[in-house]
Design a protein around this ligand. Sequence first.
Ligand code: COA
Ligand code: AMP
Length: 644
Amino acid sequence: MQSRYFDVYRAWENNPEEFWRDAADAIDWFKQPEKIFDQSQGVYGRWFVGGETNTCYNCLDRHVAAGRGEQRAFIYDSVMNGAKKSFTYAEVLTEVKAIAAVLRDLGIGKGDRVVIYMPMVPEAVFSMLACARLGAVHSVVFGGFAAQELAARLNDSEAKLIISASCGLEPGRVVAYKPLLEKAIELAMAKPDHCLILQRPELNAAINPERGEFDFTELVDKARGREIECVPVKATDPLYILYTSGTTGQPKGVVRDNGGHMVALQWSMPNIFGMAPGEVFWTASDIGWVVGHSYIVYAPLLNGNTSIIFEGKPVGTPDAGTFWRVAAEYDVKVLFTAPTAFRAIRRDDPEGEFVENYDLLGLRALFLAGERADSETLRWAEEKLKVPVIDHWWQTETGWPIAANTVGLGLMPFKHGSPTRPMPGYAVDVLDDAGKPVPPHTLGNIAIRLPLPPGCLVSFWNADARFRESCLDEFPGYYKTADAGVIDDDGYVFVMARTDDIINCAGHRLSTGSMEEVCAKHPDVAECAVIGVKDRVKGQIPCGFLVLKNHVSRETSEIAAEVAGMVRDEIGPVAAFKTVMVVPKLPKTRSGKILRGTMQKIADDMPWTMPATIEDPATLDVVRETLWKNGFAHEDKTVAAPVK
Ligand code: COA
Ligand code: AMP
């Protein structure tokens, strides 16, 4: 039987406003929207204008009122310290009200920004919901980012409060957050008024009330039982800011609104993910990323599901069977993670022996996103789990899948390498560099026709001009995804590569440009280039090339190590910047452009041509030799046979 997708997509194409009006019925509104879409507002128009609602109300209160109070909303499972706990909808509501009371006492109200810099603990998720309850705007910062990155986010968001913890837990080490926090506040121009610190058993942080620091648990314990009602917000008011890598060191603050976000996520749960209320949904990611915002926190709650807050890694904590243990123990119906997690599991357990140890009969589907899903990984997962493995494509900016296969509407035939077809709301075209749609099967820039659907970013925080410039101006009438790819005759989208300097390392989005900015600060570095090179597990890892100043006579390995340390200190360990090489000269065109693309092809053993415009061909030979000495670019033959 043909998937219902085709009828649903056509219904959206024929009447987008009617489609989203119907979808909006699944949300509780304090005041119904006056207009489903108003083109005259915002950068490209706004959804559900005139509507009033509250995201926390839709996630918690309405479910408790409807009798779902005793169902588990969250299960917390930490393989890092063995903690296991579950929370019913009613219990989460109590906790969220208490946190909201604390925030209110600290002067947080509608529109105020709150930075949340926390590990994967329930209090982090409850804090997000408490902000939503008050109409405050949260900005979650991933724990693997360094102080400087946190400072950049404090400056841009001008947050009044930071909620943090004493530590994060990484394999083999306890990551103390307080020193990072103190350094970030010292570096930031915009300083928060207060910090709330959650003390974890593994590390006690010094808390100084005179500096506006308070113990999270102490204040929340005192506030438990207080009634804090949901503050009505406009559908178009911001729910959160999530910073993501842009092409400069300055991160982009993606702004998500309340109304459109809820409507889109709610629609996606039954239709894309095939989830019925009451079932367990597990997104193995982190709330620091968009995947965590959408599918650990908001979408599962909106849909009345139980969501798992998992603290751990897919391998080594304690072994490659962890995911199967969690999935079996909690009867997970749908698992969502990044392909890199599966590559890591497969590396450690190639035969899938751990899978055999668990009863995974309840599992219906695996969803993969965050980076390109390679066929080998897809095949391995299909074979071992014996469920549909669904590659779906989206970005921090879109907040929910642009293209996917639809479990809820019935599956379409699979094509490995393609996240299948665009979801309702997304009209996807492939354009040439002049902005003209290209024929099927032709590689080009993937762009989405405006308006973007509900749930997508409405702008960058306080930076409409930057949003227009970086996403809308190049192809008028379109949002530029900055992904390159093709659409085939069946309308299947194939996402091949980024068109900017973003790389995808272990499912984390990183800007090589911002790493170059840090490398260039080293006093001995004259010039540098950072490219993404293929990695068997992480997909890509950053690889830095340094040219040293003339006078430098120190050991190059020492300088390379210092530069790697600087990137770790300034961007964070998550940058995984460990591969640094020193070369006498960078390959450049005669007009001075560094040939990063060619360097990357050489590193990845891809066919490459000597660019006609190269200034000095010998520079590429040196790069190749240096890469080879460092364990890359082994397949000489591809280099020896340039393509015409
Ligand atoms: N706080 C502090 N440090 C962190 C951190 C956090 N929240 N998350 C990662 N780091 C550190 C790691 O400890 C590591 O440090 P190290 O260099 O001292 O070893 C570094 O950042 C790189 O981490 P990571 O990229 O996670 O690599 P890894 O080798 O530790 O693990 C994987 C590799 C593939 C197992 C892991 O990346 C993974 O589980 N990925 C899934 C990705 C994912 O969920 N993506 C979200 C989109 S769906
Ligand atoms: P992020 O904003 O971190 O979610 O990263 C978004 C980017 O990750 C996209 O622009 C793509 O380059 C890449 N990406 C995400 N999902 C996929 C996918 N299923 N296939 C190919 N690339 C993907």
